[in-house]
Design a protein around this ligand. Structure first.
Ligand code: DGL
Length: 287
C-alpha cells in the first residue's frame, strides 16, 4: 500500500462518527460534553425511546437491547461507542466488550475515578437497576477502599424528566424523599448515577446544602473518549458532520423535549433496530 493510500484510510477512519446511545434524553448530557470537549467529532445519537425506561428492566433485557443498538451502530460505521446510559454500563458493559470488536466507553469508571478525588462520603443517585447492581460502589471501592458509598434507586426521576415535569412541585417532593437518606449519612459528594439526572440539577441543588459537591460522570467519560481517540489515532481533524438524532419511538416528542437542552429543535429520524438472535452475534462482532 502506498503512503498516499495509508493517509486516505487514516483520514476515513478519523472522519467516522462516534455512536452515543441512551434510552432517551438523558444522553444529551453526554452529547453536550462531547460538543464542548470534542467539537470536531461527528456523532450519531440514538435514543431507544420505544423501550424506556431501562432502569426498571432486567439485566437480560438491557443486554439484548444494547446488542441490537450496537449492531445498528456498527452498520452506521461508527468508530467507537459511548454508552450514555449508566444502566447499560452497570448491567452489560463487560459482556458487550467481549462480544464487539470496537472501543466501548462507559460512564461509571471515569465518574468513580473523579468522585474519589472530590470526597470520601459519596452518595449515588441512580436507576433502580444501577443501584441494585452495586456497580458504583464496586468501582469506587476498588479505587479508594476507605471511601464510604450510599446508593439510592430513584425510579420516578426518568419518567418525570421524559414527561418534562422538571419544575412540577411533585418532582421536588419525590427528590426530597430520594435525597433524605443521603442527607442523613452526611454525604459530601453527590454522583449523578443516571444521565437523565443532571437535567434535574436546578431542583437537586436547591435541596442540598451548598458544601455538597456534584459529580457528573458525563464530563469524565468524554475526557476518557478524547484519550482513547488519541491512543488509537482517530481524533477527527476535519470538520464534523451535523449530529444525526435517531429514535426508536416518536421523533416529534424527542425533538420537542430536546429543544431546551440543545438550544435548537433537532431533525429526528425514526429507525428500526435489528432484532438479533444470539447465534448471529458472532458474525457481527467479527466485522
Ligand atoms: N439515562 C439512563 C441511565 O443513565 C437510563 C435511564 C432509564 O431509562 O431508566 O441509566
Amino acid at each position: 500500500m502506498s503512503n498516499e493510500q495509508i493517509l486516505t484510510l487514516k483520514a476515513e477512519a478519523q472522519r467516522r462518527p462516534i455512536g452515543v446511545f441512551d434510552s432517551g434524553v438523558g444522553g444529551l448530557t453526554v452529547l453536550r460534553e462531547l460538543y464542548r470537549q470534542l467539537p470536531n467529532e461527528s456523532i450519531i445519537y440514538l435514543a431507544d425511546t420505544a423501550r424506556l425506561p431501562y432502569g426498571t428492566r432486567s439485566a437480560a433485557e438491557i443486554l439484548q437491547f444494547s446488542r441490537e443498538i450496537i449492531i445498528w451502530m456498527v452498520q452506521q460505521q461508527v468508530k467507537m461507542l459511548v454508552l450514555a446510559c449508566n444502566t447499560t454500563d452497570a448491567l452489560a458493559l463487560s459482556t458487550l466488550r467481549e462480544e464487539f470488536n470496537l472501543p466501548i466507553l462507559g460512564l461509571i469508571l471515569p465518574g468513580a475515578r473523579f468522585a474519589v478525588q472530590k470526597g470520601s462520603r459519596l452518595g449515588v443517585i441512580a436507576t433502580p437497576a444501577t443501584a441494585a447492581s452495586n456497580a458504583y460502589r464496586h468501582a469506587i471501592l476498588e479505587i479508594e477502599p476507605t471511601a464510604e458509598v450510599w446508593q439510592v434507586g430513584c425510579p420516578e426521576f426518568v419518567p418525570l424528566v421524559e414527561q418534562n415535569r422538571l419544575y412540577d412541585p411533585y418532582t421536588t417532593e419525590v427528590a426530597q424523599q430520594y435525597l433524605a437518606p443521603l442527607l442523613e449519612q452526611r454525604i459530601d459528594t453527590l454522583i449523578y448515577g443516571c444521565t437523565h439526572y443532571p437535567h434535574l440539577s436546578p431542583v437537586l441543588r436547591e435541596l442540598l446544602p451548598v458544601h455538597i459537591q456534584f459529580v457528573d460522570p458525563a464530563e469524565h467519560v468524554v475526557a476518557a473518549t478524547a484519550q482513547e481517540l488519541d491512543l488509537i489515532g482517530e481524533r477527527n481533524t476535519f470538520s464534523p458532520l451535523p449530529t444525526r438524532f435517531c429514535v426508536s419511538g416518536c421523533p416529534q416528542q424527542f425533538a420537542k423535549l430536546s429543544l431546551q437542552w440543545l438550544g435548537f429543535t433537532p431533525a429526528v429520524e425514526k429507525v428500526c433496530l435489528p432484532s438479533v438472535a444470539l447465534a448471529s452475534l458472532e458474525s457481527h462482532s467479527n466485522q
